[in-house]
Design a protein. Structure first.
Length: 146
């Protein structure tokens, strides 16, 4: 499957995989100068690109980079970003600093990973009753700790 990118800002870099078998393509900050995120702060970083997937039945998911999260507390405030296949606007990556120290994002720094996944578009219907299941209505924590 092919992803076609349009460059929207000078300095934008086309996402690429870090290794041959990397699941995600690295999204890089397209900013003219370093930007600092203070602890507890959320800032959005433009990538400088728009994208068009070859297929309509995919979504592009934006995941945090594990190194930024585990070493600095820098992650996505919404956990995973979803880019619908029909979105043609600029990609941006919101980041939150959950760490104790300010973190400075540098121009061209890898911020997040873009992963393509297939989507099943469901038919939605309403029913008076749902089939019984082993779990039933048991909610959070109902299966125990171990």
């Amino acid at each position: 499957m092919k992803l076609t990118f349009k460059i929207l800002r000078e300095g934008a870099q086309i996402p690429a995989a870090a290794t041959k078998q990397s699941a995600g393509l690295d999204l890089k900050a397209c900013i003219p100068e370093p930007m600092t995120i203070d602890p507890g702060e959320i800032k959005s970083f433009p990538i400088g690109l728009a994208v068009c997937p070859e297929k309509e039945d995919v979504a592009l998911l934006v995941f945090p980079r594990s190194g930024l999260a585990s070493k600095h507390g820098i992650t996505l405030p919404n956990c995973v970003g979803v880019i619908d296949s029909d979105y043609r606007g600029e990609i941006s990556v919101p980041l939150i600093n959950l760490g104790r120290e300010p973190y400075t994002v540098m121009p061209g720094e890898r911020l997040a990973q873009l992963i393509t996944v297939p989507i099943i578009f469901p038919e939605v219907e309403v029913a008076e009753e749902l089939p019984e299941s082993e779990r039933g209505t048991a909610g959070f924590g109902s299966s125990g700790r171990f």
